[in-house]
Design a protein around this ligand. Structure first.
Ligand SMILES: *Cc1c(COP(=O)(O)O)cnc(C)c1O
Length: 406
């Protein structure tokens, strides 16, 4: 098989839509265009039927009941609705929320806003593995804690937090538990029942569905979770999220969920093998290359690697026919090193020199082999040009060097 360029290895930023998803969506643009809330004619019924099928498909993927799925525009909105909605609804009970410093910005920023409004936020910090443990949560819980929000899988390093154990603690203490599972849903088994999750955010475009549609799972029994809506209007989605439903997008999300459920085992086994081959080959051919985050507890298709004595942006230029990201896609416009890596104790130098490889359903073995070759050659070339690397080769310990002030 021949390669086509550029090669896409940034599936944690977004995934291409699966052509089978497009096929499912097509009738809902022009022919079956009804408003799912039109109760009086066949156009509305057809739309409502399609939405209902999709609700079942998404619910099934995460072990929920169809009635517990609230459609949104994506995980950013789902996170905002979960965090701000719970904070407002339960503010008489308490104003303490627990989260972590290396969450996605779509969790961090709503929490920061609540902090400005008088809520008290505990920011847990991971160790070098990147994992938030149940013990950390247990120690942070207080009488006035109303919500714990900890992501299932980290978008930059792919590590998995102790979700099931955290869920158990939250149940014991009767505290609501929200998880941003955007990177986990569709890639690894996720069950809101097994994990004791009360609220969960997911997004179609991270799992081969369309952009602009997502959902918030909101538990209905034991306990029945209540939320103050952010968007008021016609009272759609049990009053939690008003607005005419994006029927086409929702159909696509449903189809994408069904495909993920069907193909998860096959996809993840294949991608894990390719990911491991990428890492093993790179690490065996380059010194000063290291995997960020624990190699054990993480997503099967994510790899984050630091390359000492090389600058990440230059390396991306050197391998420009391969689409990857350095640091986090959301913050890489600034040249700030990744806050996720920094929170794990990765130094500025190494954080600057890191690349994230996100493999996906379309990734082939040939693409991975090409990537290995290009990365190794790119790093070697940059190091040849680097006076720092020359000093290292000569045995100079860079940490002891006195640099001139500037
Ligand atoms: C992509 C992503 C989001 C944002 O989702 P959108 O649907 O693009 O708003 C939130 N959290 C995580 C972990 C993500 O990876």
């Amino acid at each position: 098989m021949s390669l086509t360029f550029p090669i896409y290895l940034d599936h944690n930023a977004t995934t291409p839509m699966d052509p089978r998803v497009l096929e499912a969506m097509m009738p809902y643009f022009c022919e079956k265009f009804g408003n799912a809330s039109s109760r009086n004619h066949a156009f509305g019924w057809a739309a409502e039927d399609a939405v209902s099928t999709a609700r079942g498909q998404v619910a099934s993927l995460i072990g929920a009941d169809a009635k517990e799925i609230i459609w949104t525009s994506g995980s950013t909105e789902s996170n905002n609705l979960a965090i701000k909605g719970v904070a407002e609804m339960y503010k008489e009970k308490g104003k303490h929320i627990i989260t972590a410093v290396h969450e996605h910005k779509a969790v961090i920023d709503p929490c920061k806003r609540l902090a400005k409004e008088g809520y008290d936020i505990t920011w847990l910090e991971p160790d070098h593995t990147g994992i938030i443990t149940a013990d950390q949560v247990r120690e942070a819980v207080r009488e006035d804690t109303i919500l714990v929000t900890i992501m299932w899988a980290n978008n930059e390093i792919g590590t998995l937090n102790e979700i099931h154990e955290i869920g158990k603690i939250c149940k014991e203490k009767s505290i609501l538990f929200h998880t941003d599972a955007t990177q986990a849903v569709g890639k690894i088994p996720v069950s809101v029942q097994d994990a004791g999750v009360d609220l969960l955010s997911a997004s179609a475009h991270k799992m081969y569905g369309p952009k602009g549609v997502g959902c918030l799972y909101v538990r209905r029994r034991r306990p029945r979770v209540r939320l103050t809506p952010i968007i008021d209007g016609g009272g759609h989605e049990r009053g939690m999220r008003s607005g005419t439903l994006n029927v086409t997008g929702i159909v696509g999300f449903g189809a994408a969920a069904a495909l993920c459920q069907q193909e998860m085992d096959k996809d993840s086994a294949r991608l894990e093998q390719l990911r491991d081959r990428l890492e093993k080959s790179i690490l065996s051919q380059l010194d000063g290359a290291a995997i960020n985050g624990t190699p054990e507890k993480r997503l099967p298709q994510t790899s984050n690697i630091s390359f000492a004595w090389v600058e990440g942006e230059s390396l991306m230029m050197a391998i420009k026919e391969i689409a990857v990201s350095s640091g986090s896609a959301c913050t890489s416009a600034s040249l700030e090193p990744s806050y996720v890596l920094k929170s794990m104790g990765v130094g500025d130098e190494l954080a600057h020199s890191s690349l994230r490889f996100g493999l996906g359903r379309i990734t082939t073995e040939e693409e991975i082999d090409y990537t290995i070759e290009k990365v190794v050659a790119g790093v070697n070339k940059l190091r040849e040009l680097s006076p720092l690397y020359e000093m290292v080769q000569e045995g100079v310990d860079l940490s002891t060097v006195q640099w001139a002030e500037h």
